[in-house]
Design a protein around this ligand. Sequence first.
Ligand SMILES: [Zn+2]
Length: 361
Amino acid sequence: MRWSYTIGKIAGTDIKVHITFLLIVGWWALIGYSDGGPGAALTSALALLALFVCILLHEFGHILMARRFGVRTPDVILLPIGGVARLERIPDEPRQELLIALAGPAVTLAIVGILLAILRLSGSHADVAQLNENQPFLAQLVSVNLYLLLFNLIPAFPMDGGRVLRALLASRLGLLRGTRIAATLGQTFAVLGGLYGITKPEPLLVLVAFFVFLGANAEAATVETRLAGQGLQVSQMMVTDFRTIPVHATLNQAVELLLSGEQREFPVLDNLGRTEGILTRDNLIRGLSQKGPQSTVAEAMTTGVPSVQPTLGFQEALDRLRASRLPALPVVEVRGVLVGLLTMDNITDLLLVRRAGQVVR
Ligand SMILES: [Zn+2]
């Protein structure tokens, strides 16, 4: 997700904040300011930051449950619709997904219970069913957590309720149909909510609807890609017709190679035919402007490029390609021979063909 910033790391999971989440903190503080001056603005902003902690606890409910089933979570991102913990994979059994999905709301429910008990024991009778910035800090926090809980239980993607629904549907209809139904519900919900938000007008609701729509889309796309690539291995998805460039070639020669065909990334080989790195188009352009056309490929290429083996499975290969942030990875056999190039373009083409129902390779 673009426009997000990593602010820390807890138990191996990167904590990221989306810029719009910070905008909401500002927005909420502004509302507080216009109603009750600087003091109210501070209370409102603090309440949202406390909410931030509550959302994180909710997400760690998911994360710790996922870990019990051997599913890792590389990062969690905080959006205006709450947090999204990115699971490395969808758990194998629907029952596991069900438990992971429910663990977050269970944490939120516990938070609501504890905060409400503290609130009542301290003698407050504030109505927590209504969010009101004139109420005590703790009452506001309970209210927002209640909203968060109810919102997350909506049975549509990308909310937790959508995951519960998918898990229930997947055991009968299969993962793909279950996902499509939950995602379509999410999109419908987003469009209706967005339209309502525009006519009100309620900008916050429009923003939430926007993220729900994107989230539902992303969820459906992830599962479709995964299923389309099921059973594939790197040897079936790599480019086998490609050019390489020697490590001592000049950038001028690399330019000729680039312009002579469609290929944009070139594996760089040493005298013994070993892969030393990759020269991407960006590498080439930067090398030309900083060091000139007579400098060598060795000075401009990307080194330390991870290679993949031809027998590696689809999902793992895709994850490694994405993690490398490179447009292409060299495919190298056990003996060290370069046999192919793994590129996102080629994978996309292959999946399109497979989805169209053709049997390939
Ligand atoms: Zn959740």
